[in-house]
Design a protein around this ligand. Sequence first.
Ligand code: IPD
Ligand code: CA
Ligand code: CA
Length: 267
Amino acid sequence: MTDTLTSQATDEILSVAIDAALLAVNIIMPAMDRQILSEHKGKTDLVTEIDRAAESIIISTIKDHFPSHSILAEESGKQDQLSDVLWVIDPLDGTTNFVHGYPAFAVSIGVLIHGIPTIGVVVEMPTIKLYTAIKGKGAFVEGEPLSVSTTPELIQSLLVTGFGYEHGKNWNTNMDLFKSFTDKTQGVRRLGAAAVDMCHVACGKVDAYWEFDLSPWDSAAGIVIASEAGAKITRMDGGNYSIYDNQILISNGHLHDAMIHEIKAHL
Ligand code: IPD
Ligand code: CA
Ligand code: CA
């Protein structure tokens, strides 16, 4: 493979990612109002037959088009074909919300090329909003260009965060941060679907998002969409972010330094 894929090749990958995500949506949405049996992966970490069925249709769609590409998916792990193209899949982000019928969950498909997050597709449900981005080509929701907010100060901002399933040191630190940012802003939301949170920064509904202990499939698509919408993305300590990191801060840029300053006081 050449060093970079052609624009036509990335367009083709985006198109397959959209098809795969919408096929998954067609499995997830009709199941929303059904009683779905859930199993526990951890004390509060749920998985359902719908997560697995959605993941399976996404992977088979990718393999039909790109049999040599590598895949990392939440429920089935890594299928490494030694390809320079890695698909990173969360078939259902916000499973707990889905199981309870709470309206914030998503399909998230990110594609890394030579390790660089390059393509992102998130479908927010139950509203079924399609967010897409290709690195260098902007971010879109339902085909309309996206951009982050221009909120200049924390005191005017609305933030969002999330809490992982492990209730250890980071979880406790985040409880403190939740309190502290609630005091310094117009509020902090906690929706329970990381990919949706990142898309909400991308479209300026919230001004920033942070979280500890995400997995690669939680952020691989959302960071491309947020970054193409003009967001600044780093670790919470200000360092360079990778999808394999355990902390992320995404902001409209204006709030970034003030947030890092506040976060550092708690780390
Ligand atoms: C979870 C959600 C949640 C976040 C957790 C994730 P899942 O993903 O994105 O918002 O706080 O860290 O694990 O398990 O519903 O795919
Ligand atoms: Ca997830
Ligand atoms: Ca998931």
